[in-house]
Design a protein around this ligand. Structure first.
Ligand code: PMP
Length: 401
């Protein structure tokens, strides 16, 4: 029986665990199973040592101090702690948050909750057609009551990278805290909390070839110490900022994933960018009416988000059973709502519905990319052959030429 091949090109959603990460984690499930908070025996010390090594590995990747890393269950929790924790601690300064319309739901939904419950007022900055914000808009949005500005580093749908250093200068100049959701950028592009001027930064292990259910929040203590009110109480773990028995295998995995990223990020980025360019060029060589979303150059190396005009994205996804990608409606696919990111960059409804997000990763090969090109081209041509809208567009074009 022939095994059907499958190609995974959805690395923004999650990544496979790197074998090296798995190897590092395994002992902490079995023989080294101690509770990192057990102070009185070797099992506990062993676990605590492993956690501290991981903390140093995460810190090194970010150019932070180990004491500035708080382990969480992932980026969603880190974002919740950053936003709610800062707002609560600095309540006497004000209750205003500035963020961006294209943020991940784990920032936007926290903001909506804080607004709904009367705990915060939120300004949502608009983006241009590439998904970038104008730093002057940040300046204009600040008020004497602004506590925090939260701007993601790289967008999870269209890959656009924000100019964090410039934005941070404005925010810090006004004495306001600066948080970034760096879930998609950590391990993919340089993330240096000192060079970028970041106070709070969220990251997640499962986007960098680590396990699901582990992540961290960087909380600045150097120069100007940032304080937060914890959102999970009980036991006082993580210096009181995040109680709960530490997920030692997960944390070890996150640390190992960060170590590998520190060593391999630069060469991997070049390889992924070349693969991404090969994918895009392969698609536009064979297909017309392909629209690129996001910034043409300031984007994540492994990200490609395009619309195949007159092709329903969902139909294309269904047809591509052997190539795993996402549609522009993926983040809310239960409701099939158009992506809020594509809407924010001004993409019309039909074009948004025909968008596909490709996310290339560590283990993808040229051969897989070529296979994906062949499959996508074949399915787009087949679906377009059935599309009256495409036929009408082609007639108009040939009359025009
Ligand atoms: N922020 C961004 C930009 C993301 O892409 C994701 C994951 N889709 C998250 C936050 C949430 O991360 P986690 O799955 O670790 O909660």
């Amino acid at each position: 029986m022939q095994v059907r091949r499958r190609v995974y090109l959805d690395h923004h959603a999650t990544t496979p665990v790197d074998r090296r990460v798995l190897e590092a984690m395994l002992p902490y499930f079995t023989e080294k199973f101690g509770n990192a908070a057990s102070r009185h025996h070797a099992y506990g010390w062993e676990a605590a040592d492993a956690v501290e090594q991981a903390r140093a590995q995460v810190a090194r990747l970010l150019n932070a101090q180990p004491s500035e890393i708080v382990f969480t269950s992932g980026a969603t929790e880190a974002n919740n702690l950053a936003l709610k924790g800062a707002l609560e601690f600095y309540a006497e300064r004000g209750n205003h948050i500035v963020t961006v319309a294209t943020e991940h739901k784990s920032v936007l939904d926290v903001c909506r909750y804080l607004e709904r419950t009367g705990k915060a007022e939120v300004t949502y900055l608009r983006v241009d057609r590439y998904g970038s914000i104008d730093p002057d808009d940040v300046r204009r949005a600040l008020t004497p009551r602004t506590v925090l500005v939260s701007v993601m580093h790289a967008n999870n749908e269209i890959g656009t990278i924000h100019e964090l250093a410039e934005i941070a200068r404005i925010v810090k100049g006004a004495g306001v805290l600066f948080h970034t959701d760096a879930t998609q950028s950590v391990g993919k592009i340089a993330v240096d909390v000192e060079a970028l001027g970041i106070d709070l930064l969220s990251l997640s292990a499962h986007k960098i070839y680590g396990p699901k259910g582990a992540g961290a929040l960087y909380v600045r203590s150097k120069k100007q110490r940032v304080r937060l009110v914890p959102q999970i109480h009980g036991g006082g773990h993580e210096r009181g900022l995040r109680s709960g028995t530490l997920n030692v295998p997960g944390i070890v995995g996150l640390g190992e994933a960060c170590k590998i990223a520190s060593e391999e990020r630069e060469s991997e980025a070049l390889r992924l960018q070349a693969l991404r360019d090969r994918l895009y060029e392969g698609l536009i060589r064979e297909l017309d009416d392909v629209v690129l979303h996001g910034h043409p150059t300031r984007r994540l190396p492994g990200n490609l988000n395009v619309s195949f005009l007159d092709v329903e994205g969902e139909s294309l996804l269904m047809a591509l059973t052997d190539v795993a990608v996402s549609s522009g409606a993926a983040c809310t696919s239960a409701t099939l709502e158009t992506s809020h990111v594509l809407r924010a960059i001004g993409v019309d409804e039909d074009t948004a519905q025909s968008s596909i997000r490709f996310g290339l990763g560590r283990f993808n090969t040229e051969e897989e990319v070529d296979y994906a090109i062949d499959r996508v081209v074949a399915e787009v041509k087949r679906l377009r052959a059935l599309s009256p809208a495409y036929a009408a567009r082609s007639r108009t074009k040939s009359r025009g030429s």
